[in-house]
Design a protein around this ligand. Sequence first.
Ligand code: DGY
Length: 319
Amino acid sequence: MGKPLVVVPGLVRKDAIAYLSEHVEVRQWTEKTPMPRETLKEWLREADGLWSINNVSVDADLVADAPKLKVIAQASVGYDNVKVDDLTAKGIPYGNTPHVLTETVAELAFTLVATARRRILENMEFVTSGQWAQRPSNIKGRDLSRTTLGIIGMGNIGLSISRRARAFGMTVIYHNRHPRKDDHLYMIEYRDMDSLLQDSDVVLVVTPLTEETYHMMNREAFKKMKKDALFVNVGRGKIVDTDALVDALNEGDIDYAALDVTDPEPLPPDHPLLKTGKVLVVPHIGSFTDRTRKDMAFLTADNIINGVQQKPLKTCVNE
Ligand code: DGY
């Protein structure tokens, strides 16, 4: 009997593919253009496993004619491109990569808070343009200590961000679907959404994208924030109504935004958001360090290897 067949519909780091290939036969789409969905469906007819990637919608339609499929795994903690219930209905386990990226995403999130609050990028401009001495006084930063960080989404990454914020002297409040029973241990305080928006100097979103969180940050929400507040998003771009954010920045509802995720992605260089002059945007790099991406890729490979052997996945969303 040959090795199980695993389909990889895009580029994945080579060391993880080499590791995976020790255990399974890998069929990979290596073109620079996205793999056509119909071709992927055709390849899946013979496949035992799928390494999904976040630009592929994984749903009942994709796996309708994949009789041998035993596992799907993806190298990300978020899985808004995956209809997990559709996979559960077909008895297919789905593996994501929690934990290995928690600290790395928290580091990026807090870096955005500090960089934006202290206007690091704008101030460096005065150095590179030879205007060190002439810089205007209105590019002053804002403090972190003795201010309040409001975190929307208090899972592992939210907690990890809260530890960093407290080390910088910030008070941390949070909003979540349910208050955490252990929040007193972390010295964080649950608030309803309105009270969090009203009382935070920095509002930071790190919640998954779901039907409930889609466009949760709309114009009404931005209007409830302090006018000198910073808004940070490291969750998913579609949690924010981007047009509303542009208006909120242009009309002074809030002071500034720092974003790891945007809607759309990639954000076109001529997008109105960038014209506000009040944003710091990075291209979805929350988990993008060599060590963490390697850990995520190898965990995904392990989930697939376990799945095709019909063993429990190391990290399974629908076990
Ligand atoms: C995730 O894993 O969902 C992150 O967005 C990756 O950077």
